[in-house]
Design a protein around this ligand. Structure first.
Ligand SMILES: Cc1cc2nc3c(=O)[nH]c(=O)nc-3n(C[C@H](O)[C@H](O)[C@H](O)COP(=O)(O)OP(=O)(O)OC[C@H]3O[C@@H](n4cnc5c(N)ncnc54)[C@H](O)[C@@H]3O)c2cc1C
Length: 376
């Protein structure tokens, strides 16, 4: 087995699996190293699905990246014969004037995205929500969700097809620069050398790059699946993905897909900082109570018995933007984590950006917003 590669990717989750595929597709000799099995439920990408919104209220600068990501999800789904992106539409609901719907509207207008501005009555007439008087919404028909667990396996399969080596159950213990300007990577199974190293360990970024520990905070989030009282109201043909900003907190949810339960989450749940090396992931009963409060008031048609809970990690930066940059002082090392709880939708395009950085030293995307310089 070869021990020398062009690029080693540490962490084969959402971002790392996409990077392995994009690198291998370009003929790069790539080794992907993953500490758990490929497609596990200990990181940030499990729970079946992730929302993809084009009209990005978090910042219009994200729109070109998410547009490219959407193209790549569709293309990759075609290549593997299993769709990865589902265009069910997305609805952002928020109190008028709080900036969310206004931000999504600005992004829609700036990039000519299809959209529809809805008042509370129009939303309630169309979908099974009970809203506050000041709620408005922006509907985006070209948005939807990505099958996140399936996508990691799809990217891995394509990377293998293009000649990548992927090692599951092999943790990276450390890395060091070599005299020739490359890197030596130590793992639980041995050591490898490469010209470049991509660090995409998600919530473990502070472990592999201790200098980033102060700029990243890991939070445990709880996702719930609830028995819909009237399932037909929430099927993929009739119900979009949504975000809902309400007095009870911020929420997001999905139509029924590959699970009989209605999936609901609440972003940025302000739990205690969490250590990614904790050996178990316990869902939070306080977080569940918040989800219940949302269902009871705003989505009563989905407020049936609990079917399941999963805990999943966010890795937050202070400004909630991502980190995609070379490591200062180590230009052969690219950091592509963390994604502040909203990164999955971009993973296909971030994989492409990483491959471009690793092979050409620059990407077609403007990555300045994700630079490490902002922390210095
Ligand atoms: C509950 C929840 C809901 C979310 N909803 C959305 C959403 O709707 N839309 C959206 O766009 N985003 C969403 N996100 C955010 C998104 O899922 C994350 O940004 C994304 O999954 C991060 O991908 P990643 O590759 O950085 O992390 P991961 O997929 O966790 O991958 C990191 C990998 O690195 C591995 N690793 C770590 N350390 C080592 C090591 N030393 N050696 C080898 N391997 C290592 C890990 O085991 C893991 O497999 C959500 C996140 C959560 C938790």
């Amino acid at each position: 087995m070869s021990k020398t590669f062009d690029v080693i990717v540490a962490g084969v989750g959402g971002m790392g699996s996409a990077a392995c595929y994009q690198l291998a597709k370009r003929g790069v000799r790539v080794l992907g190293l993953e500490k758990f099995e490929i497609g596990h439920a200990m990181g940030s990408s499990h729970g079946l699905t992730r929302i993809l919104r084009l009209a990005y209220f978090e910042g219009t600068a994200y729109v070109p990246l998410v547009q490219r990501a959407r193209e790549l999800w569709i293309e990759t789904g075609r290549l593997t014969g299993e769709p990865l992106f589902f265009e069910v539409g997305a609805l952002d609901i928020a109190p008028e004037g709080n900036g969310i719907v206004e931000g999504a509207l600005e992004a829609s207008r700036l990039y000519g995205l299809e959209h529809e501005l809805l008042d509370r009555d129009a939303i309630e007439a169309r979908y099974p929500f009970t809203l506050d008087r000041n709620h408005i919404g922006l509907y985006q028909p070209q948005s939807g969700f990505v099958a996140s667990e399936r996508a990691i396996l799809a990217h891995t399969a394509l990377a293998l097809h293009h000649g990548a080596q992927i090692h599951g159950c092999e943790a990276v213990l450390g890395w060091e620069p070599t005299a020739g300007g490359g890197v030596r990577v130590r793992t639980t199974q041995g050591s490898y050398e490469a010209g470049r190293l991509v660090l995409s360990p998600g919530a473990w970024i502070g472990k592999l790059v201790p200098a980033l520990q102060p700029s990243t905070q890991v939070l445990l989030q709880t996702l719930g699946w609830f028995t819909p009282v009237r399932p037909s109201l929430f099927d993929v043909a009739h119900f979009p993905v949504f975000t809902l900003e309400a007095e009870e907190g911020g929420f997001y949810g999905f139509p029924l897909w590959q699970h009989p339960g209605f999936k609901l989450g609440s972003p940025h749940y302000a739990g205690e900082p969490y250590d990614a090396d904790t050996p178990h992931r316990e869902p939070s009963s306080r977080h569940l109570a918040q989800l219940r409060a949302c269902l009871a008031k705003h989505i009563p048609g989905a407020n049936g018995e609990l079917l399941g809970l999963k805990a999943c990690m966010y890795t937050m930066t202070p400004d909630e933007h991502f980190i995609i940059d070379t490591l200062p002082g180590h230009e052969q090392v690219i950091v592509a984590s963390p994604c502040s709880g909203h990164g999955y939708k971009f993973a296909s395009a971030i994989g492409e950006a990483i491959a471009e950085l690793a092979t050409a030293g620059r990407s077609r995307f403007d990555l300045s917003m994700f630079s490490l310089k902002r922390f210095s």
